[in-house]
Design a protein around this ligand. Structure first.
Ligand SMILES: Cc1cc2nc3c(=O)[nH]c(=O)nc-3n(C[C@H](O)[C@H](O)[C@H](O)COP(=O)(O)OP(=O)(O)OC[C@H]3O[C@@H](n4cnc5c(N)ncnc54)[C@H](O)[C@@H]3O)c2cc1C
Length: 313
């Protein structure tokens, strides 16, 4: 029986593994369906992880993390977890895609989330080379430059306001002429002089060259097209939370979730189910940053240690 099963090997899962093993849990396995490191490994540059001063890719940042954890006894199993369930006696069952399963006294779920793509031509080709889904991560690279933001919900408007403080101009491109956001956010956007609303406009293609993005072409309601020259395009059209492992056979979730499918946790990363913790991008109100995911993982692991200890006394 595992003391702790960690699902997902991104910054949250790896940090949970480090703290759980170094804090004395004996039998800890991190289940990761791919290579450890998480989604930051797709980033061509990370500037906002504390202590990083030179040029560093997301991959460079993450390479030493698994080795550090293994030194303290974390076991890594390359497996896809399909479901985590809990027996009446409080023991968790980790079901894997190869049909096998493991029992665990505690579980930390760190499966992350994936921003949705808008689906225009060139979006995937230029992702990480001018197309971004994270203003906090990449906004600074466009300091003093013009950028485009795609979307019309709360996140798109809030990120447009964030980018307007850094960039010289923000084109907010939305397929309708009304926004799905809080009225005061819409007001603030409309009153920000360097945000230009490009409404009733559908992004058709992001344009670029071998250096990256050079602009975006949008189709307007009157049938015409408009080219906007920008080196950065930020897409905010929703987020898929990787929460399937918590979905039970009867269609309910193992623990309380938000209406958007994120896991509700308290400040100790405890879910509504004793012994079950969630950390990183998949938990409610996550800032979706490496440093925050790592911090969550540490908190969750310390709580898992206390939980396992309590159960054995
Ligand atoms: C291009 C890009 C640039 C970014 N730039 C920055 C930046 O500059 N600064 C910053 O702080 N943040 C940045 N981020 C955000 C950052 O990557 C995330 O906030 C962080 O990785 C979240 O960590 P996590 O551990 O919660 O989830 P993830 O990193 O998403 O890791 C989750 C892991 O779980 C695994 N997994 C999922 N489901 C299963 C399953 N069923 N079974 C087994 N394993 C599973 C996945 O394979 C993945 O490895 C960027 C993200 C991207 C995509």
């Amino acid at each position: 029986m595992l003391d702790c099963a960690i699902i997902g090997g991104g910054p949250a899962g790896l940090t949970a593994g480090l703290y759980a093993t170094r804090g004395g849990l004996e039998n800890v396995v991190m289940f990761e369906k791919g290579m450890p490191g998480g989604q930051i490994t797709m980033s061509s540059e990370i500037e906002n992880y504390p202590g990083v001063t030179g040029h560093m890719t997301g991959m460079d940042l993450m390479i030493p993390w698994p080795e550090q954890c293994q030194r303290f006894g974390l076991k890594h199993e390359m497996s896809e977890v399909i479901r985590v369930s809990r027996r009446e006696d409080g023991i968790f069952i980790v079901n894997k895609s190869d049909g096998s399963s493991d029992e665990a006294k505690s579980v930390i779920v760190c499966t992350g989330s994936t921003p949705k793509r808008a689906g225009f031509v060139g979006e995937d080709l230029y992702f990480g080379r001018g197309v971004s889904t994270c203003a906090t991560c990449d906004g600074f690279f466009y300091k003093g430059k013009e950028v485009a933001v795609i979307g019309g919900g709360d996140t798109a408007l809030e990120e447009a306001l964030y980018l307007a403080k850094i960039c010289s101009r923000v084109y907010l491109i939305h397929r309708r002429d009304t926004f799905r956001s809080a009225p005061n956010t819409i007001e603030r956007v409309k009153n920000t002089s360097n945000i230009e609303l490009v409404v009733n406009a559908i992004p058709e293609e992001v344009l670029g060259d071998k250096m990256g993005v050079t602009g975006i072409r949008v189709a307007l309601k009157d049938g015409s097209t408009r080219h906007i020259d920008v080196p950065g395009v930020f897409v905010f059209v929703g987020n898929n939370v990787n929460n399937q492992v918590l979905l039970q056979e009867d269609g309910t979730f193992l623990c309380d979730m938000t209406p958007w499918g994120e896991v509700n946790v308290n400040l100790s990363m405890k879910t509504s189910v004793p012994g079950l913790f969630a950390a990183g991008d998949m938990r409610a109100e996550a800032p979706k940053q490496v440093v925050c995911a790592a911090g969550d993982g540490a908190v969750a692991a310390l709580q898992a240690i206390a939980y396992v200890d309590e159960q054995s006394h």
